[in-house]
Design a protein around this ligand. Sequence first.
Ligand code: ATP
Ligand code: MG
Length: 580
Amino acid sequence: MRATQAFIPTLREAPKDAELISHRLLLRAGYIRPLASGVYSYLPLGLRVINKISNILREEMDRVAGNEFFFPALIPRELLEESGRDKVDVLFTAKPHDYFLGFTHEEVITDVVRNTIKSYKQLPFLGYQIQTKFRNEPRPRGGLIRGREFLMLDAYTFDRSEEDALVAYKKVRESFGRMFTRCGLASIAIQADSGAIGGSLSEEFMVLSEDGEDTVLRCSVTGYAANAERCEAIPVPAEPADTEVAAMEEVSTPGVKTIEEVSGFLKVDATRLIKTLVFVAPDGSPVIALVRGDRELNEAKLGRTLGGPARLAEPAVVERVTGAPVGFAGPVGLPASVRIIADREVATVRDGVVGANKADAHFQHVLPGRDFPEPEYLDLRTAVAGDQSPIDASGVLYTQRGIEVGHVFYLGTKYSSSMRAEYDDVDGTAKFFEMGCYGLGVSRTFAAAIEQHHDADGIVWPITIAPYAVTIILVNPADPAQTEAAETLYSDLQAAGLDVLLDDRVERPGVKFKDGDLIGVPVKVTVGKGVADGGTLEIGLRRDRNSKQAVPIADASAHVLGLVKQLKDEIQANVDTHVV
Ligand code: ATP
Ligand code: MG
C-alpha cells in the first residue's frame, strides 16, 4: 500500500478523555474512530490488525479440530428464556421484534447441536466463531478495552462425560495460550469467577498491565495466580481468642454511620467493627452479610454463595428488614427468618461494635454467638496483598494488575439440561451433553497488545499482528534515484509475500518519521541521502533505534527479509516454550 492512497488519518494529539495508552494511540495513529460511547469504527489499519489476529485464532482452532460457524447476532427472546438468561442485565434488545443482540452464543450453538448431534459417535465436537458481540456495559472504558460492541472469538465444546469435557477444556485452554503468544502477548492463566455464564471450573487469561481493570493475586512461593474476585482469603484473627468481653451495651452514636466515623467516634479499631450489609438475593429474599470493618465484602463470592448475583438493598428494604436506616443495621435481635451469612474473620471478633438496628445507636462489647446467633461462616471478603497464600502456608499474596483477554469455562450440563440437549450414548440411554465455553476478546487483545508494546513515540507492533511488516519511507519523492530504489524494494518485498507500506507522500521527512513511529510497523527502511552518497538504504527495527544499519541497495531486500524472519522466530520460540 502507498501512503498516498491509504486512509491513515494520524493525529498530533489524542482527545483529552482518552486515558489508556492503547486508546490514545489507536486514535492518534489512525486505527479507530469513535461513533458513540463504547462503539468504534475500525479504520483500514485497525481492520488489518483485527484480520491478522483473527487468522492466528483460526489457525489455532484448526489445530484442535475447531469447526468455524457464523451465528446470527439477533437472538429470539424464547431461546434465552430456555436458559433463563433473558434477564441478564447487559442485554441489548432489538426493536420492533422481540430479539436480543447476541452477547455470547451458548444457547444458539446448543440449539444447533440438539437438533443435529444425536449420537455419541459424533462426539467430541468443538464449534467456534469470530463475531461482533453486544453488551450494554454501564461504563464503557479505554476504547477497545471495554466496548458496547466488540469482537470475540467464542468457542464451545460438547462431550460425553465430565472426563472428556475436561480434556476438551485443557485443549482449548492450551490453544488460547498459543494464540496470545503468537500474537506477541505475554499472558498468564489465572483462577477466575464464573460470573453470569455459570459453571464451576474457570480460568482467565490476563495480560499484565498497570492500567488493567482486574486485580490478580499471586502467591510468592508457588506463583499461583487468581482473580481477586475468586482468590480465597485466609482469615487473620482480629483479637486473641481469650479476650474477655464485657456485657453488650448500647451507645448513642448520633449521625455516626460509616466505618471511619464509628471507629473514630468510639475510638475502636476498624478490625473490631462488624459491617452489616443488606443484599437482595437472586430469588428476591433479603440476606444479611457481615464482614469485618477493615475488609471489603466480595460480591463475586457472595454471588457464588447465593447462586447468582445479589444487589445491595435499597434504603427502604434495609429499614423494613432491620428497622434501622442505612448505617445503623446490625445482626443483633433480627427475626430468625432473616438469613445471616458472615465472612470467616467475623468469628474472630470478640469485643465488637455493630449497628443497634435503630437510628443513631450502636452496640459495643458484642460477641458473635453470644449476642447474636452464630451466622453461617464463609469466605466472603476480598483477599489482599500480604494475606497468607491459600495454596502454600509459607507464601504471601501480592497483587498485580491485568487486562482479561480470554476466559475459559467448564460448564457441565448447565445449558444442555435447561435446553434439553441430549444424545444417545453407547448403551442407548439419552444423556445431556457435557459442555465447555471459551471466549477471547479479539478487539480487546488488539488494544492489550498496544498496552504491552509501545514507547514514547507510538506503537511497536509484534510482527505477527502488525498491519504491515515493513514501512519504506521515501524521504524525497522528487529525487529519481531515491524513488527508483524505494519502488524496486517495494515491489521486491511484496513479491516475497510481505505486507509493505510505502510512504511516498510529499511531506516533510520529520512528519513521515513521526507517523511511521506512531503507526508502529516493526521493520523500518529509510530511502534518503544514502542512495546518492554510497548507494545505501537505512534499515532497522522500530523497537530499537540502535539497530539502524546502512545496507547496500542490492542487499536491502534480503536484509529486510532476514529481520522479518528474526522477529517471527523470536515469537515462535516463545510459542514453543510457553506453557500455560
Ligand atoms: P469482563 O469481566 O471484562 O466484563 P466478561 O467476564 O464479562 O468480561 P466474558 O463473558 O468472559 O467477559 O467474555 C470473553 C472475553 O470477551 C473476555 O475475556 C474479554 O476479552 C472479552 N470482552 C468481554 N467484554 C468485553 C467488552 N465489553 N469489550 C471488549 N471485550 C470484551
Ligand atoms: Mg470473564
